[in-house]
Design a protein around this ligand. Structure first.
Ligand SMILES: CNc1nc2c(CC[C@H]3O[C@@H](OC)[C@H](O)[C@@H]3O)c3nc(N)[nH]c(=O)c3cc2[nH]1
Length: 373
């Protein structure tokens, strides 16, 4: 077991890469999908079952945990890993994104952001320094810089101002993070859809130096085509020998396209959130179990899936428990969707290692085109 944070690439196929991030709390196979455990739980899942889907790392959020139960309380109780009974790596986002999307009465300045809690209206402040302190108290293995996720659309001037502030905040995040062997601080590239700004941001992050780099400011409503246009150049502006994390992405075909463009790490609420709303991912595409067409269907969701839902239950049963709003519905559909995402990632890793990613991608799209989900 290493006491350091290390990343080693083992194979490439075009711009795609597969490798291993080694941390004191365990290894992360890349390309990796990180289930989102926002408030110290991947909703409807026991941690051992999250692990059973194949997840090597999960994600927590500074914004939610600082409000409730507070980082100080989690620290006093032994840190987030002990608190939520997950002893493998945890990545925590830095809070800026959620402040802008969830909180009320925000005031942004060079110092940081003051805001009112969406839970009880209490006043709070997030700065690069405070975000680093919170993530240290939580004990997360991969810490994200405090940034501003530039809204979309933004004018070139708005985007430049926002990116340059995030780069100053990245500097302050690095300084406040301190010297913590075995823990990693990731910088976050901004610059919206402007190539020159993406380059300026990458250059600034390189100068500061981080253990990993995220492509931020995407999956904010720009659409897949524009996102891929940016990914055609943005990841490769970042250091080649460090993990590249595309924040908040995404749908299965988003992930496949982003892996082809050099991304190593992903997080998205989609598989877990949709599990609770009846949306199911299968190799043939997406279905909604709520639809009456499933009520007599004895087949599993996906014949190739090894999850408990597909091994032991029919679509008819899953339709019934969803309609009846039974708790087991969220449990089984969330497990299935997370299993589907992890199976997709392991398929991508194997294809890159074998040098036949093109075949994998062609098959991925062809199977979804068959219909009859
Ligand atoms: C969905 N699209 C998207 N999410 C994004 C997130 C939050 C992800 C986090 O927010 C939550 O998902 C909404 C999850 O808990 C996840 O950890 C981002 N976070 C930061 N710090 N900077 C970004 O530029 C950024 C961009 C995103 N685009």
């Amino acid at each position: 077991m290493t006491q350091r944070f290390e990343f080693a690439l083992s194979a490439r196929d075009g711009r795609a890469r597969t490798g291993l991030i080694k941390t004191p709390r365990g290894d992360i196979r890349t390309p990796a999908f990180m289930p989102v455990g926002t408030a110290a739980t991947v909703k409807a899942m026991m941690p051992e079952n999250v692990r059973a889907t194949g997840a090597d790392i999960l994600l927590g959020n500074t914004y939610h945990l600082m409000l409730r139960p507070t980082a100080e309380r989690i620290d006093a109780l032994g840190g987030l890993h002990t608190f939520m009974n997950w002893d493998r790596p945890i990545l925590t986002d830095s809070g800026g994104f959620q402040v802008m999307s969830l909180s009320g009465l925000r005031k942004m300045s060079e110092e940081g952001v003051t805001f009112k809690s969406h839970i009880d209206g209490s006043k709070h402040e997030l700065t690069p320094e405070r975000s680093m302190e919170i993530q240290r108290l939580l004990g997360s293995d991969i810490v994200m810089c405090f940034d501003e996720c530039t809204p979309f659309p933004a004018t070139e001037a708005e985007s430049l101002r926002s990116m340059q502030m995030s780069m100053r905040w990245a500097n302050r995040s690095r300084a406040a993070f301190g010297d913590r062997p075995g823990y990693a601080l990731f910088g976050i590239q901004q610059g919206s859809v402007f190539k020159d700004q993406r380059a300026e941001s990458a250059e600034k992050l390189r100068e500061i130096g981080f253990e990993g780099y995220a492509v931020g400011g995407l999956a904010v409503g720009e659409g897949q085509e524009l996102m891929f246009d940016v990914l055609d150049y943005a990841p490769e502006m970042l250091p080649d020998d460090r993990p590249r994390y595309l924040m908040g992405v995404g749908k299965p075909d988003d992930i496949v396209g982003a892996v082809q463009r050099g991304i190593d790490m992903f997080d998205c609420v989609l598989p877990s959130r949709s599990g609770r709303t009846g949306q199911v991912f299968t190799r043939r595409g997406v279905l909604n179990i709520k639809n009456a067409r499933h009520q007599n269907d004895p087949r599993p969701l996906d014949t190739e899936c090894r999850c408990p839902a597909c091994q032991h239950y029919s679509r008819a049963y899953l339709h019934h428990v969803f309609r009846s709003q039974e708790i087991i519905s969220s449990m089984l559909l969330t497990w299935h969707n997370l299993q589907y995402y992890q199976d997709l990632m392991s398929g991508l890793r194997a294809a890159i290692a074998a040098g036949d990613l093109a075949t994998f991608v062609a098959d991925f799209h062809a199977t979804r085109a068959l219909g009859d989900v």
